[in-house]
Design a protein around this ligand. Structure first.
Ligand SMILES: [Zn+2]
Length: 259
């Protein structure tokens, strides 16, 4: 059920089974800080003519422009206000003011982001607070939020569009269940920040925990993301595959997942 949250434009019926697919393109996937040539968390999600950006970590706006004209952005979602997930809002804002002549766009985020990022100083974003259980409709996409196990209010998101479903964990420790995003997940993009020997040292999940979560949620595909740059990628993927019971894909800048 789509809640009657106000949305600024680009609101229409959800495409179900149209010719255009649901697509996820990675703009950045480094966890907590950026490694050499890396970028913080950021993803482009498209279906039909709708372009949604989910998280805008450092470096993601530059990578976004390899895929779309920023004028095509219909809305932005920020999952929480840790800086590795939102600081390129400033790049989007500056570009919009000087290159797009002050274009405004909806920005959905938990309460607190506006003050943290001082977004009240710019008309670029129509900031709309969302919380656990809310659903917003953005063009051909329906996005439902679910609070995770992480410091500050952090919102995972289930995105339905073009007859497919994407689940994104945002940041979370193991005290939250991916299954809360519901059934029928064609792809789960789950954080796997480190390997199992680091479990309990921060509010994140290991590859093993991500694999277990995705398996428990019945995900058809699992892609892992948000790995700390100092953690071995193969080790994280290996334990994720063992726990998931099947192949696991790794997010990398520019990689596109077509559902
Ligand atoms: Zn993070």
């Amino acid at each position: 059920m789509v809640a009657a949250l106000p949305t600024a434009g680009n609101v229409g019926p959800i495409a179900t089974g149209g010719q255009r697919c649901l697509s996820l393109t990675v703009l950045g996937c480094d966890g907590s800080w950026t490694g050499p040539g890396g970028a913080g968390s950021g993803y482009l999600v498209t279906a039909g003519d709708t372009c949604l950006v989910v998280d805008t970590g450092p470096g993601t706006f530059a990578n976004l422009q390899r895929h779309i004209d920023p004028a095509s952005i219909d809305a932005v979602i920020i999952t929480h206000h840790h800086p590795d997930h939102w600081t390129d809002l400033y790049a989007i804002d500056t570009h919009a003011r000087f290159a797009l002549h002050g274009r405004s766009m909806p920005l959905f985020a938990p309460v607190g982001l506006g003050g943290r990022a001082q977004l009240d100083r710019t008309p670029t974003f129509d900031l709309q607070a969302v919380t656990d259980g809310d659903t917003v409709r953005i063009g051909d996409l329906a996005c439902r939020f679910c609070r995770t196990d992480h410091s500050f209010e952090t919102l995972a998101v289930r995105i339905d569009g073009a007859g497919r479903t994407l689940g994104y964990s945002a940041d979370s420790g193991p005290g939250w269940s991916l299954s809360r995003l519901g059934t029928g997940l064609d792809l789960v993009l789950c954080e796997a920040t480190y390997t199992s020997e680091h479990e309990g040292t921060a509010g994140h999940m290991s590859g093993r925990q991500a694999g277990e979560q995705a398996r428990g949620a019945g995900a058809r595909r699992l892609a892992i993301t948000h790995r700390w740059p100092t953690i071995d990628a193969v080790a994280v993927a290996s334990e994720a595959e063992a726990a998931f019971g099947g192949p696991v894909e790794q997010a990398s800048i520019g990689k596109e997942f077509v559902l």
